[in-house]
Design a protein around this ligand. Structure first.
Ligand code: UFG
Length: 330
């Protein structure tokens, strides 16, 4: 049995990955500073509290727990904030990513699965987007993910690191068992915000209705968080000696903001009050995946493909946990 260290394992996608790893028989240790993650999301596995930029602490955790592979999720995730404050994104995401790589090298851990993003592609020149699409990020979030992917390539060549970068489209939904879900503070993502509006929270602000899309709102590829978690487990077992492999994770079907709102209304049986708002900086009009490469190579395909199904899992979590996991600090 191998032990996998999961950075950001107390966060949204990381906690779902921990659950999938345990179900597949792996031992897991979570490394998280709980700045955005939740202690209550870490269940039945050790938690090492620390920032990924603390290389020595991370290296010690790798040695102490005899870790054989790392999944790296910890990082900042707001596209809009990354446009306003790129320095933070380079510091946390690039600095953090390099620190993880250096701790792994020092501790002799040679296998990594990286949480990357479709934001590395920028404004698509062709859709669906496959992995050979040019990478021209239009925000610092995407640039920071791409920088770490490039480091993986160089570390692979020079030091033999085996790594896989998974470029997710829009992670959405919640653990179908109801144990885990999305709880960001502040919440920036469309589906939880729309669910909150349906429950009587603030009206949903629709960021831009004049995009060159059929209904004027942005289209995205929403992929279920448990499917993303499952892809990480498969990636862990796929050998890639001395090089980085890159895979898209998406369903291949885009949905507009208005389609998501209608789905939330169907699933909840409630109206979603909306307000028109200006475009949000750094938002490409359309992003959806050609995800054939991971299907061919790793036999991965999403189990949740219907938007209503994805939204229904998020709604279940939202209804049962209106306060999320509770306070982020212990
Ligand atoms: N949106 C709204 N109102 C809101 C929130 C979002 O209209 O209150 C719109 C956004 O403008 C966007 C769409 O809904 O068009 C989806 O927005 P999200 O914030 O849910 O997701 P993003 O597409 O911005 O972000 C996701 C991931 C990022 C990743 C990015 C790639 O969360 O990590 O995709 O573009 F970088």
């Amino acid at each position: 049995m191998s032990t996998v260290l999961v950075t950001g394992g107390a966060g949204y996608i990381g906690s779902h990955a921990v659950k999938a790893l345990r179900a597949a028989g792996h031992a897991v240790v979570v490394y998280d500073d709980l700045s955005a993650g939740h202690r209550a999301a870490v269940r039945g596995v050790p938690l090492v509290e620390g920032d990924v930029r603390e290389t020595a602490r991370l290296e010690a955790a790798l040695r102490r727990h005899r870790v054989s592979a790392v999944m790296h999720f910890a990082g900042l995730l707001s596209v809009e904030e990354s446009v306003r404050d790129p320095a933070r994104y380079y510091d946390h995401n690039v600095g953090g990513g390099l620190s993880v790589l250096d701790a792994m090298r020092a501790a002799g851990v040679g296998r990594l699965v990286l949480s990357s993003s479709c934001a590395v592609y920028g404004n698509p020149v062709a859709t669906p987007i496959d992995e050979d699409h040019p990478t021209e990020p239009i925000n610092a979030y995407g640039s920071s993910k791409l920088a770490v992917e490039r480091a993986l390539r160089d570390y692979g060549r020079a030091y033999g690191l085996q790594s896989i970068a998974l470029r997710y489209f829009n992670a959405a939904g919640a653990d179908p068992d109801g144990d885990l879900g999305e709880d960001h503070d502040p919440e920036i993502h469309l589906i939880p915000r729309a669910l909150d509006a349906a429950r009587g929270g603030a009206p949903l602000r629709v960021f831009g209705d004049d995009y060159p899309t059929p209904d004027g709102t942005c289209r995205r590829d929403y992929v279920h968080v448990s499917d993303i978690a499952g892809a990480h487990v498969r990636a862990l077992d796929a050998p890639a000696p001395g090089r980085v492999r890159v895979y898209n994770l998406g369903t291949g079907t885009p949905h507009s903001v208005r389609e998501v709102i209608r789905s939330v209304e169907r699933v909840t049986g409630r109206r979603v009050p909306v307000e028109a708002a200006p475009r949000r900086a750094g938002d490409p009009p359309v992003l959806f995946a050609a995800a054939g490469r991971i299907e061919r190579d790793l036999d991965w395909r999403p189990a949740h493909t219907a938007l209503d199904d994805i939204v229904a899992t998020a709604w279940r979590w939202h209804e049962r946990h209106p306060e999320g996991f509770g306070p982020t600090t212990p």
